[in-house]
Design a protein around this ligand. Structure first.
Ligand code: R5P
Length: 300
């Protein structure tokens, strides 16, 4: 019971200090529900407004992808250097320590393997299970122009409805099929459709020409996928260009976990995303961390 005696009588209502009403750090997100903003703040760094997501969900249609054969061995040591982890619920429950408290972006669509038509996905997780796993966002593949385009969009809009009910944001992942163009015109179309239909943020691929028109015409944050493994300097250049042209971060997989020095590469990417370092400067960081690690491992 509260103490009834010695109650402090003087009050300070700070009458000359207006209450702050600051806009939320992410574009197009001001009117979102508190819970969604809180979860997005566990994905995006609240100082830079950007994120370095580590994507390891490839197994949901590719099986044990190179670099992901033993996630306990190769990925768990990377976790302290990522802002967010994107994975499936199977990997989350089986392999990721529950002491990892940064945001989990849960792969929420799936169905076909690499052997079949990939756009034929269904929603692959129940919203209750997503809540039970305390995830920060749900990720769903959207196949604009794909054979099952409407079905994949419907997967996204249903997840947006479920996510809105419980304060969970949805990441719309624009999938590029084998025969689809990877150009700014296509990316503008795909990202804008995801945003219009309710995605809180959108993942797409970087394109060399006109990427700034993709970010300009999408009213919510865009993060880029890394795509196939590139030489480290090239991957850093891609990340740099994307950030300078308006991306709010990266959701990178193979260019991290297939790198010769994944922890060094992840730290170099962070320098570009959060500190606006140039690719050349970040590459120096990569090389120096890589060298110091190998010296430490093989002292001669
Ligand atoms: C692909 O469908 C997966 O969702 C990956 O998360 C995505 O492609 C990012 O990984 P990567 O940087 O290897 O392309």
């Amino acid at each position: 019971m509260a103490d009834k005696e010695s109650i402090k009588e003087t009050h300070n209502y700070y009458l000359n200090t207006p209450m702050k009403n600051e806009p939320f750090m992410l574009r197009g997100s001001n009117s979102l529900e508190w819970g969604i903003k809180n979860r997005l703040s566990n994905i995006f760094n609240t100082d830079s407004g950007r994120t370095v997501m580590l994507a390891i969900d490839h197994g949901y249609f590719l099986g044990p992808t190179a670099g992901l054969e033993r996630i306990d061995v190769t990925i768990v040591p990377l976790l302290p250097y990522a802002d967010t982890l994107m994975c499936t619920r199977g990997i989350l429950r089986s392999t990721i320590p529950p002491t990892f408290t940064k945001g989990i972006v849960l792969r929420a669509s799936g169905g076909p393997s690499i052997l079949k038509e990939l756009s034929n996905e269904e929603i692959a997780v129940d919203i209750e299970d997503a809540i039970r796993l305390n995830v920060a966002a749900l990720a769903v593949q959207v196949y604009i122009g794909g054979e099952y385009e409407t079905k994949s969009i419907h997967n996204m809009t249903r997840l947006v409805d479920m996510g809105n009910r419980y304060g969970i944001p949805v990441l719309g992942v624009t999938a590029v099929g084998k025969d689809m163009a990877r150009d700014a015109k296509y990316m503008r179309l795909a990202t804008r459709i995801c945003a219009e239909l309710g995605a809180s943020y959108v993942k797409t691929y970087y394109v060399d020409e006109g990427f700034e028109t993709v970010t300009a015409s999408c009213p919510v944050p865009i993060v880029i996928a890394g795509g196939k493994k590139l030489p480290e300097l090239d991957a850093l250049k891609m990340a740099y260009n994307a950030i300078q042209q308006g991306a709010a971060g990266v959701d990178m997989g193979r260019n991290i976990f297939q790198s010769e020095a994944p922890i060094a590469m992840l730290q170099a990417v962070r320098k570009i995303v959060h500190e606006n370092m140039t690719p050349e400067e970040a590459y120096e960081v990569y090389q120096s961390l890589k060298t110091s690690k190998s010296k430490h491992q093989n002292p001669k």
